[in-house]
Design a binder for this molecule. Structure first.
Ligand SMILES: [Zn+2]
Length: 261
């Protein structure tokens, strides 16, 4: 079998649940299980984000990541991955631990609970990596350097205090980042930054710092999910899809700001 090189080193999930939602970001537990089984069959190896290296790209190392830290990561995804001894990486918004969100992109105003510290500690004890998704999930490219530093450093400090380990991985909200943010993240002690592929002109010198991923959305076939990690016929479509979704998520934040929230 001819193997295409990996162009992307991780998948992003949000909620893993059977609950109905007017959004794209929920994947059912059965679909999640099928996708992971398929990736195992394709001989991918599952690593935490901090263990992913650009130089290992041909070893088929990938990270299964979860943004925002929803409760269903613990209740639905964790049992599936734990049975297979696969470690996940979850990016936590420290202000939202144990609370319901008020910012998710959805219709109907339904709120979703985030992981509690007890649940996060259990994931950590099972070998998961806990990363920062900032303090408040603000768009970092729209705030001052001082505020960016607070978002990066305070979230890291809180996670480290609560979990008793070094937090080495960051995920910028809405995939909005630039060279200044990456420099501040490095200065704050982060070693990896998980971002969504396609990258908007990744700054030079950060190739090893960035771990590119693509999101997995509602009702996607296994071959489509596979096309996010290796080049197949679905790849152009999933890259376009990610661009549109990133723009839509950005639009949500703009609407909130216009509404004065
Ligand atoms: Zn997020």
């Amino acid at each position: 079998m001819i193997r295409m090189p990996l162009y992307n080193q991780g998948l992003v999930y949000h909620k893993v649940s059977d609950e109905f939602e007017w959004g794209l970001t929920t994947v059912s537990p059965s679909a999640f299980q099928r996708q992971i089984a398929d990736l195992q069959e394709q001989e991918f190896t599952f690593k935490r984000v901090m263990d992913i290296s650009r130089r290992n790209a041909e070893q088929r190392d990938i990270a299964i990541t979860f943004d925002d830290g929803y409760e269903s990561v613990y209740t639905k995804a964790f049992p599936i991955l734990n049975d297979l001894s696969i470690p996940g990486t979850v990016f936590i918004i420290t202000d939202f631990v144990g609370k319901s969100n008020d910012w998710d992109w959805q219709i109907g105003g339904k709120a979703f609970r985030h992981l509690t510290w007890t649940e996060i500690r259990e994931l950590q004890a099972a070998g998961w990596e806990i990363g920062s998704h900032t303090v408040s999930h603000r768009i970092l490219t729209n705030i001052s350097k001082e505020d960016i530093s607070v978002e990066l450093r305070r979230s890291k400090d809180i996670l480290q205090q609560k979990l008793g380990v070094q937090v080495k991985t960051l995920c910028p909200p809405f995939n909005r980042f630039n060279q200044t943010i990456l420099e501040l993240a490095r200065a704050a002690g982060y070693e990896k930054c998980a971002v969504s592929f396609p990258l908007e002109s990744p700054p030079r010198g950060f190739e090893d710092f960035l771990v590119p991923r693509l999101g997995v959305y509602h009702h996607e076939w296994r071959s489509v999910v596979r096309g996010k990690l290796i080049v197949n016929i679905w790849t152009p479509l999933v890259v376009l899809q990610q661009q549109i979704i990133n723009l839509a998520a950005h639009g949500t934040e703009i609407r909130k700001r216009l509404a004065g929230q």
